[in-house]
Design a protein around this ligand. Structure first.
Ligand SMILES: Cc1cc2nc3c(=O)[nH]c(=O)nc-3n(C[C@H](O)[C@H](O)[C@H](O)COP(=O)(O)OP(=O)(O)OC[C@H]3O[C@@H](n4cnc5c(N)ncnc54)[C@H](O)[C@@H]3O)c2cc1C
Length: 469
């Protein structure tokens, strides 16, 4: 069997694979980029971009519900044509996909190999059409896919995932969303706002990826007034004689037209011949790897992106791709610092998680500050004064550790906090920064004041004192 030889083979032309290539390509090494399935990245095709397009439509349409307060006449009569809305989402999605493809794989010749790859040895791949590629270094950037339990596959088109939802030309009248994590909440709320009767279920007692009990309670209180959310019970689905689906969780049963399964994502690793790597796997079947080098054991193999199963977000896929790409084209393996964790859920209000996770904090050494959004002036003006911001710091030093929040403009506040944490700032140092009036950042300022009152290290100039030249 004839083999092609290259310095670096990258498996997967998603975001992580393309970022890996951005490091390998300028190095002058020979390479191939192998992709099975649709090119164009999960982010652009079925992830970040179409979901944010749908959320935008839903938010704009939902805004009509406050217009009556200002005396805007006729707002009750506003109506949304769902097929047109879905075409709009699909048009935007196509623009993003076209942009990715035309800037990446479109101009590649033989270096772009279409097909699914599997390992025959740590330096040898076989493509599903029989071609073989031997490479000095290999990057696995094969992404992830939605989990669908085997028994649920029998429900055919009545059971959809994020791979299908943006493809719909019309929306069902009733839908159960199973899984109230980031994706389930974002889509559940948007589809509810577009007029679908939504029921949310999750077997956990937490939602939106949050761990802080105060934040979880506030999420349920805030979003649970929009559509029913049932937590704490595993869900069962059965087919009704009329073709609809009966969804039960605990004592709650609903009959719906369709179910959206949003119960998590699984790394695309099966059928990849990992047994030929001879490496240890974690309980999810992911090869053990170093998160600072992305190297699998001491093999010439690197992981990047969702397939690593660590932080399933775009900017982390980008960083992991760059780290894996750098090490795949270098003689020496180099470790790189990882960024402060930052997760944003774009439901309204935004749910954000920054820095050290709540469950990892040591209650004995951690101070917590908080503010509820109810009295915050700017939030009141926006008609969005619901939510809570909780910020965590090391009690002794005042060093900021993390935060969880559900708040309007959380996407912006979470960035400020992530940047502060990554810079190693204390809560006092953050409070020395300017805060304009009236802005949502003032809510963060109030949470930080509360936190400051509970930390032990205070320096002149931290709050109201002027800082001497
Ligand atoms: C609905 C939704 C909303 C999201 N919203 C956000 C958001 O707002 N912000 C954010 O940061 N993140 C968001 N994400 C997550 C983000 O999209 C992913 O983290 C990111 O796209 C992962 O990129 P990747 O390169 O790891 O995988 P992918 O882009 O999936 O690339 C993997 C590629 O590998 C190919 N492949 C698989 N197996 C093989 C094989 N054996 N051989 C060859 N090729 C193979 C696949 O077909 C695919 O083309 C969202 C995800 C979803 C589903």
């Amino acid at each position: 069997m004839e083999e092609k030889y290259v310095d670096v083979a990258i498996i997967g032309s998603g975001s992580a694979g393309l970022y890996a290539l951005s490091k390998v390509r300028p190095s002058g090494k020979s390479w191939v980029l192998i992709n099975g399935g649709e090119p164009g990245t999960t982010c652009a095709r079925v992830g970040c971009m179409p979901s944010k397009a749908l959320i935008q439509v839903a938010e704009d349409y939902h805004r009509r519900t406050v217009l009556g307060r200002y005396g805007v006449d006729g707002h009750q009569a506003l109506d949304l044509d769902i097929p047109t809305a879905m075409i709009h989402v699909q048009d935007l999605r196509d623009i993003f996909v076209d942009r990715v493809i035309s800037n990446s794989t479109d101009d590649m010749g033989d270096e772009f190999v279409q097909g699914y790859a599997r390992f025959l040895a740590p330096d040898l791949l076989e493509i599903d059409d029989g071609r073989r590629i031997r490479a000095r270094r290999i990057v696995i950037a094969t992404g992830s896919r939605p989990v669908v339990p085997k028994a649920w596959r029998d429900f055919g088109e009545r059971l959809i995932t994020t791979d299908d939802v943006f493809e719909q030309s019309d929306l069902p009248r009733t839908l159960a969303v199973i899984g109230m994590g980031t994706i389930g909440l974002e889509l559940g709320q948007s589809l509810h706002r577009l007029g679908v009767q939504i029921t949310g279920f999750d077997q956990l007692d937490t939602l939106g990826g949050a761990q802080d009990p105060e934040v979880c309670a506030c999420i349920q209180e805030t979003l649970g007034t929009e559509f029913p959310i049932h937590l704490g019970h595993p869900v069962e689905i059965d087919a009704e004689p009329d073709g609809r689906l009966r969804v039960s969780g605990g004592s709650v049963t609903v009959i719906v037209d369709k179910v959206l399964a949003a119960i998590g994502r699984v790394p695309n690793l099966e059928c990849m011949g990992l047994e030929h790597l001879g490496c240890a796997l974690d309980p999810r079947g992911v090869p053990l790897f170093n998160r600072h080098t992305m190297q699998v054991g001491d093999l010439p193999v690197f992981l990047a992106g969702d397939v690593s199963g660590e932080r399933l977000v775009l900017h982390e896929a980008g960083d992991e791709g760059r780290i894996a790409g750098h090490n795949a084209m270098s003689e020496e393996i180099q470790g790189f610092r990882r960024k402060t964790p930052l997760f944003i859920n774009f439901c309204d209000p935004n749910i954000c998680i920054v820095g050290t996770r709540y469950n990892e904090l040591d209650p004995a050494t951690t101070a917590i500050g908080q503010i509820r959004l109810a009295p915050v002036g700017r939030a009141l003006i926006m008609g969005k004064n619901r939510g809570i911001i909780r910020v965590y710091a090391e009690r002794a030093s005042g060093r900021l550790l993390g935060a969880e929040m559900i708040t309007p403009k959380g996407e912006n506040l979470a960035h400020l906090l992530a940047w502060g944490i990554q810079q190693g700032l204390t809560v006092g140092e953050l409070l020395r920064m300017p805060f304009y009036h009236p802005v949502i950042e003032e809510a963060l300022q109030a949470a930080l004041y509360d936190l400051y009152s509970k930390v032990e290290t205070k320096n002149p100039g931290d709050i109201t004192e002027l800082v001497p030249l």
